[in-house]
Design a protein around this ligand. Structure first.
Ligand SMILES: Cc1cc2nc3c(=O)[nH]c(=O)nc-3n(C[C@H](O)[C@H](O)[C@H](O)COP(=O)(O)OP(=O)(O)OC[C@H]3O[C@@H](n4cnc5c(N)ncnc54)[C@H](O)[C@@H]3O)c2cc1C
Length: 433
């Protein structure tokens, strides 16, 4: 049952969907998602999407991003991110994305390490709204077909040219042959004991890149979010208490009720202070206090967080929220240029599985959804222009003899070995390590 398509998109989060929607409508596009269509980190994003507040804000936005990233960022990519941010938010507005507004103007909030308010949002469910908005566009695009619960096990290639992917769905393995393949397979949190990520996201894109000698970059750059709801069960995904709660004035306090850090410092710095405070006070968590805010405001501005905490026995308007850091985001990934092009011909990578270099060593809050939008838009423009000259390479998959578990174990092993080589200190944070 091999499939032939112009473009194969691996992943149905923001980077996969936005790519598909920006590709030419005369191209046959096949998308796959490992789990259900919206089982992705995109749908979990709470805080929002950064955007420059006009051309006057570009330099400041670039500086904030560089500073948060410890100046390890690719400055050219950061400039592109800031310069092209506004047109992509406009594009979402044209798709009727229902951003929160103050009167008729977009409402901008602030998050850690941003100098000004420049985060557009939809309550505390920006990602869910974004996923829904993009998915709503798909039925009108008859050229796009999506297969759920379909896992990419490896890519197909001839020499250094990508020709699609080996996939499995309902225990049946088959090849999807494609002129262009887009890797939009997301992050790595599923490999960690404590992570805010979807458990199914296990670095598959990067592992397959490593296996096929495709260049990767900055594997050691992993972001731990300072404030995940504290829960000692390592089998459960950790629920995020968004940065925007601190942006709106939430205070971090220790078990004695004392503040110990400026809450709006970059994530890696706040995380470091929390770990130190937990160590000094011999506790496993600290607290995020919003009890001084009006309950109605909290219910309206943070409905998901309010509800989720209540389900866990905490009324956030009356008690501080127990929080501790958890793995959250992967700044490294498949090395790409500013059009998402990888070191393998006909293979692009967008979103969290890619490394454009915009985040440096530490991602500035709300820059991830923006990165996915900006670079997938740029990459698809290039694909639209060039695809007519790209032939279909029909090759047989050499590896149909192995089962799914073989590939999954191999991919996990390859990624973890490379990661631990760069970051021996996080070995204990990994599952099965
Ligand atoms: C709790 C939480 C809150 C966040 N809040 C924000 C925020 O407010 N602002 C912000 O900018 N960023 C935020 N982020 C980060 C941001 O959500 C992600 O980085 C971004 O959504 C990644 O998008 P993506 O398209 O690259 O990957 P995802 O949205 O994670 O999608 C990955 C896709 O790849 C598919 N896939 C993976 N492996 C395979 C495989 N082997 N075969 C087939 N398909 C596969 C998955 O099924 C999925 O469809 C948050 C992240 C989390 C976890």
């Amino acid at each position: 049952m091999d499939i032939y398509t112009d473009v194969l998109v691996i992943g149905t989060g923001v980077s996969g969907l936005y790519s598909a929607l920006n590709l030419r409508e005369d191209l046959k596009i096949t998308m796959i998602s490992k789990g259900k269509i919206d089982q992705c980190n995109t749908a979990l994003a709470q805080g929002g999407i950064s955007v420059a507040r006009g051309t006057n804000d570009i330099d400041l936005f670039v500086n904030d991003t560089l500073k948060a990233g410890s100046y390890k960022n690719d400055i050219n990519a950061v400039k592109i991110l800031a310069e092209e941010s506004m047109e992509n938010i406009d594009a979402l507005c044209k798709m009727d994305f229902d951003f929160d507004r103050d009167n008729d103007e977009l409402s901008y909030t602030r998050e850690g390490a941003h100098s000004i308010n420049r985060i557009v949002h939809y309550k505390d469910k920006t990602g869910k709204k974004l996923e829904e908005t993009l998915l709503k566009q798909i039925p009108s695009r008859k050229n796009i077909t999506i297969f759920e619960n379909c896992t990419m096990l490896d890519i197909l290639k001839k020499d250094n040219v990508c020709a699609g992917a080996l996939c499995i769905k309902d225990d049946i393995q088959f090849n999807i042959h494609a002129k262009i393949t887009i890797m939009a397979a997301g992050g790595i949190g599923g490999l960690f004991r404590n992570s805010t990520n979807q458990k199914i996201l296990t670095a598959d894109g990067v592992a397959v890149a490593l296996k096929n000698n495709i260049k990767v970059k900055n594997l050691g750059y992993i972001q731990f979010h300072p404030t995940a709801f504290f829960n000692s069960n390592e089998h459960e995904r950790k629920f995020l208490i968004s940065e925007s709660v601190r942006g709106e004035g939430g205070k971090l306090i220790n078990c004695n009720g004392n503040r110990f850090v400026d809450e709006l410092l970059p994530r890696d710095v706040v995380t470091k202070y929390i770990y130190e405070e937990e160590k000094n006070t011999h506790t496993s968590n600290v607290y995020l206090d919003v009890t001084f805010m009006e309950e109605e405001f909290l219910k309206n501005r943070f409905p998901t967080i309010y509800k989720k905490c209540l389900e866990n026995g905490i009324n956030i308007s009356k008690e501080p929220i127990p929080v501790s850091p958890a793995q959250h985001y992967f700044m490294g990934g498949i090395e790409v240029d500013t059009f998402g092009k990888t070191s393998m011909e006909n293979l692009f990578a967008f979103g969290e599985c890619s490394c454009t270099g915009v985040h440096g060593a530490n991602r500035l809050a709300s820059n991830s959804l923006l990165e996915a939008l900006v670079f997938s838009k740029r990459g698809t423009k290039k694909i639209n222009k060039n695809i007519s000259n790209i032939p279909m390479i029909n090759i047989d998959s050499p590896s149909l003899n192995y089962d799914k578990k073989y590939y999954e174990d191999l991919n996990n092993k390859i990624f973890i070995e490379s990661l631990v080589k760069e970051r021996g200190d996080i070995k204990n944070e990994l599952v099965n390590c």
